[in-house]
Design a protein. Structure first.
Length: 211
């Protein structure tokens, strides 16, 4: 499992720079590595052998420094000295790597990689929330079908859907339309929920309408 987590930071059997993000700002590069590493480590903080992620930390850290070095055409040693910082943890000060973006009149933006103790967090509380069920409204035609009432004669029971290709196929003259076509034109719908007898009548009528 740990080997799979290390894979994105390795190439030819060793940590390598990530060319896909080396042209980003320094802040964004550090932020990307930090978010990936923090997400993995914090997920496994309840594990008794979380210390095994030292190998992941080394690979991700080396890959980060190599990515910064590739961007600035410098060395890993110089990048480590440039971005090294100390962060206070409940146990002690720890070494991390930071990139800052100063903002006039505001607190600087800080992206920090590392500084997370790889020790089991025995006080962590799991909060498995039950997903809230989302109910989506039924489509209008589905509601009409479930009503089980013929929209032409009003009888209840088994119903079917009569459909026309377009509203234009109902014609323009209301005097020439049969009752079902008049009702569809009035409701401005291409569908009509009808019982089986009414459906047979619709298809049996001699009409020029296209059904």
């Amino acid at each position: 499992m740990i080997a799979a987590k290390r894979a994105p930071y390795r190439k030819h059997g060793k940590p390598w720079h990530r060319s896909a993000i080396q042209n980003l700002d320094d802040y964004d590069i550090v932020k990307t590595f930090a978010a990936e590493y923090r997400g993995i480590v914090q997920y496994y903080m309840l594990a008794g052998d979380v210390w095994r992620f030292k190998a992941l930390r080394w690979d991700a850290q080396t890959s980060l420094l190599k990515t910064l070095a590739a961007k600035h055409k410098s060395s890993v040693k110089k990048m480590a000295a440039r971005y090294r910082a100390k962060v206070s943890t409940p146990r002690r000060l720890r070494t991390c790597y930071e990139a800052r973006v100063d903002r006039e009149g505001k607190q600087p933006l800080v992206a920090r990689f590392g500084g997370i103790p790889l020790t089991r967090n025995k006080d962590a509380v799991l909060d498995d929330r039950t997903p809230r069920k989302i109910t989506y409204p039924r489509r209008e035609l589905t509601v009409r079908l479930l009503t089980g009432r013929c929209e032409l004669c009003g009888d209840t029971g088994k119903v079917q859907v009569h459909q026309v290709r377009s509203m234009a196929s109902l014609g323009t003259s209301s005097t020439e339309r049969p009752a079902w076509a008049t009702l569809m034109a009035k409701k401005w719908r291409k569908t009509l929920v009808v019982c089986m007898p009414c459906h047979d009548v619709i298809h049996g009528q001699s009409t020029t309408l296209t059904a």
